[in-house]
Design a protein. Structure first.
Length: 116
């Protein structure tokens, strides 16, 4: 990851942090993933990296794991750039309605893999 992208994304997430307390865990994971993407294997151990990747399988820490994976990709909020809530988690979003996301695109349970 290039330094300018790292700094831009880190500043972006810092600006959003605190807007919605429900996103705190996501942002924690995202910042850690960004650091890993930027510094590579020098940041954390392989064991820690694998642990953070596995958090998506833990219901209580899923958002942290999603954030970490998105940070590794250097892409905030996952696959849907137009997300109004900030996480791209359409399945659990209050703006989704009748099986559609906030842009009226169809969502299904299977689409959750887009964010991983």
């Amino acid at each position: 990851m290039e330094e300018n992208i790292f700094r831009r994304e880190m500043a972006r997430v810092e600006g959003l942090n605190g807007i919605d307390p429900g996103l705190t865990h996501y942002f924690t994971g995202y910042k850690r993933g960004l650091r890993r993407a930027f510094h590579g294997e020098k940041f954390g151990t392989q064991e820690e990296h694998e642990k953070w990747l596995s958090l998506v399988d833990d219901d209580s820490r899923r958002r942290m794991g999603l954030g970490y994976r998105h940070g590794l990709k250097g892409k905030l909020f996952g696959g849907r750039d137009y997300c109004k809530q900030g996480v791209g988690d359409c399945i659990n979003c209050v703006l989704s309605s009748y099986g559609n996301d906030c842009k009226n695109n169809s969502i299904k349970q299977k689409h959750e893999s887009e964010y991983i």
